[in-house]
Every structure is written in C-alpha cells, then in structure tokens.
Design a binder for this molecule. Structure first.
Ligand code: NAD
Ligand code: 89Y
Length: 341
C-alpha cells in the first residue's frame, strides 16, 4: 500500500479524494490546507485523521510515498519545490505553473532530486477521448488531415471556482489547456498556433472565448475552440466534441458521448459515455472517472519505475501551447511556433 498526502482541500480535491478512496493499493493518509474549516470538513468526509496547516511540517512528519498537490497555480512552485527537496514523488494539478520558465525550472529541480513528477492533466484520460485515440490507432479512418476539438458551454463554473473570474487569463489557461493537451495526445506535436480571444461576460477579468488553429508536425490541422459564454438549448458541460476527417473516412464524437465512425462507405455508432451510476453525480461524472484513471496511472508508474504520460517534462509542451495562444492573440492572431518559446 502506498501512502499519500494531499495538499489543498478545495473544490476539485474532493474528486481526487473520492478516487483515492477507491484505489486498490494506494490511499491518502494525511491532509493539509491553510483553511481550517475546509481541512476539517474534508478530513471528516473522507475519514482522514492526520491533518496539517503547514505542508512542510506534513511532509517532514508523514514521510509519504507521494504527495498530491491540489491547490491553485500560485502555490505550485513552492509546493513542488518542497516535495522535491523532501524526495517525495509529486502529482501536481494543472495549470502546472503560470509561466513556462518556472515550469522548466521545476521539472529540472525534480529531475535533479530524482523525484517523479506528474501533472494532473486528466482530460486525455476521459473514456471518450481514449475511444477516439483507439479509432485513430487502429487506422479506421485512415491518415487524419483535419480536426476540431470544441468545448462550448455556459455552465456556471464561477460558482464552484470563483477565482476563475478574477485572473487576467481565464479560459485558455484553465480549460483550453486540457483541449490543447488532447490535441497533442491525438495528433502529436504542434509547430504553429494562431489564436483569437474574446471576453463576452463583462463580470470577469479574463477571456471566456478562444479560437485556436494548430498545425501539427504530422500534417494535421486542428481547430481548438472553447467558450464559457455559449448558452445552447442543451448544456453539454463538460463534454468535448470532436470531429476528425481522415483519408478513409470521418469520426464524430457528438453530444452524450456518441461516437460515429464513417469509413469506406459504412457507418458505425457507439456510446462511449462514462458510467454515471459509478462516477456520478452528473455532469461531473464525465471528469470523475478520468481522475481515477490518471491516479491509477501514476501509482502504476511509481511501482513500475515508468514516466507518467503527462510527466512534468511532457507538460512543458502543453504549457508552450498555452503561452503560444496568448502570444498569438496579443499579436492579433499571428502564428507562433511553440518550440521557439
Ligand atoms: P480551491 O481554491 O477550491 O482549493 C484550493 C485549496 O488549496 C484551498 O482550500 C486553499 O486554502 C488551499 N491552499 C492553497 N495554497 C495552499 C498551501 N500553500 N498550503 C495548503 N493549502 C493551500 O481550488 P480548486 O478549484 O480546487 O482548484 C485547484 C486546482 O485544480 C486548480 O489548479 C484548478 O485548475 C484545478 N482543477 C482541475 C480540474 C480538472 O479537471 N483537472 C477541475 C477543476 C479544477
Ligand atoms: O478548472 C476547470 C477544469 O480543469 O475542468 C473544468 C473546470 O473545472 C472549469 O473550467
């Protein structure tokens, strides 16, 4: 059994703790939060007796097998550094850091300390995204040449995560980051990115709409578009809709996780929905199971001495896409080479 410690008992940590509670051979034995009320409520909810208001003290006393950092981005640099110094393997929530140089430095700090580092970049672990990847890997629609990854919603994310309304950067750093990572997961590295951003909701500080066009080294063109200002007849949060055109046919991941593959003149349909009974309550079941899966993956990597898919080093390339998007938007949509950042 691997004993973990978790820092940050806020909104999303509840999903992580639910998944840890179901894990076979790993669990959380100590919690830390600076907010006494949140700490106490979370400890009671998950029956975790050992609690701390100071992360350094927790790591020194508990000497855990890993630490799960579930705080918001501003605290990631000091907390990951702390874990690296203590020699404790780390999972850190996205966005990993606010800037690319900070992220590169943290990756290097962990490498020098010999500490495994995974960024909790979970969207690529969603069942429908894995199903899409399988269709591509099996060559069902042939060589893809064009794709769209869309996330358009008016779900009130500010209710659960009020800080999202406050930062000068919003949707690309918070949500677009997942879609950009999915684009990398499906089609490989990106050599050019052009973006345009908009703010529709006047009560928030950052952008709530972003439209990005990616050129992949493998030749695919991907449109990644996201919005939290799009009220539709049916609210589909947190579903990502995907369209892929390939040399032999097309793939469509539509509403309610319906996957339609049309190839060589024949069409097949499949529902690739996560199991609501197991992962509910809706609509968060769409994300909850991916939290379980990415945590299982981390434990398997710890035990097997493997690099996680979304290691710190891997995540630098997703963060570079985020930076490229903001830079391109600032330059009026001019294309940016993420590798040059
Ligand atoms: P939150 O503000 O609700 O919770 C963060 C908690 O961390 C707070 O309770 C705060 O007191 C605590 N904290 C901050 N710094 C600390 C420190 N140094 N020591 C101890 N405790 C500290 O935030 P949230 O909404 O839970 O978001 C956390 C992270 O999860 C964010 O980075 C967010 O982007 C990410 N998130 C990811 C997903 C996903 O699907 N992967 C979904 C939602 C949120
Ligand atoms: O914080 C975001 C995330 O990572 O997934 C959805 C979210 O909770 C709101 O955009």
């Amino acid at each position: 059994m691997l004993n973990g410690a978790l820092i940050g008992c806020g909104f999303f940590a509840q999903n992580q703790l639910r998944a840890w509670a179901e894990a076979g051979d790993a669990g959380i034995v100590a919690l830390c939060d600076r907010d006494a009320a949140r700490l106490a409520a979370t400890a009671a909810r998950f029956g975790i007796a050992r609690t701390y208001d100071d992360a350094a003290e927790m790591l020194a006393r508990e000497r855990p097998d890993f630490v799960d950092i579930a705080t918001t981005v501003a605290s990631h640099v000091p907390l990951v550094t702390l874990a690296a110094r203590a020699g404790v393997p780390v999972i850190c929530q996205k966005p990993f850091t606010e800037t690319l140089p900070e992220a590169a430095e943290l990756v290097e700090t962990c490498r020098r300390a010999g500490v495994k580092l995974m960024v909790h970049e979970n969207f690529r672990w969603q069942a429908p995204i894995r199903a899409v990847r399988r269709v591509l890997d099996e060559g069902e629609i042939g060589q893809p040449f064009w794709a769209r990854i869309a996330f358009r919603s008016a779900y009130d994310v500010y209710a659960g995560q009020p800080y999202l309304a406050e930062g000068s950067r919003f949707i690309i750093q918070d949500l677009g980051i997942h879609l950009l990572d999915v684009a990398r997961f499906l089609f490989g590295e990106v050599t050019t990115l052009a973006a345009r951003t908009q703010r529709v909701n006047p009560r928030i500080a950052g952008e709530d709409v972003a439209t990005m066009m990616l050129g992949h080294a493998a030749g695919v063109t991907t449109v990644v578009d996201c919005s939290y200002a799009s009220a539709q007849e049916r609210e589909l949060f947190p579903q990502s809709l995907i369209e892929i055109d390939g040399a032999r046919g097309t793939l469509r991941l539509g509403a309610d996780y319906e996957l339609v593959v049309h190839a060589d003149g024949a069409t097949r349909r499949e529902t690739v929905a996560p199991d609501e009974a197991r992962w509910g309550p809706a609509p968060w079941h769409g994300i909850q199971h991916s939290v379980f899966d990415i945590q299982e993956h981390f434990i398997a990597c710890l035990r097997g001495g493997r690099e996680p898919e979304t290691s710190g080093a891997d995540n630098l390339r997703t963060l570079a896409l985020v930076e490229a998007a903001y830079l391109s938007a600032q330059r009026g949509g001019a294309p940016v080479d993420p590798a040059a950042l």
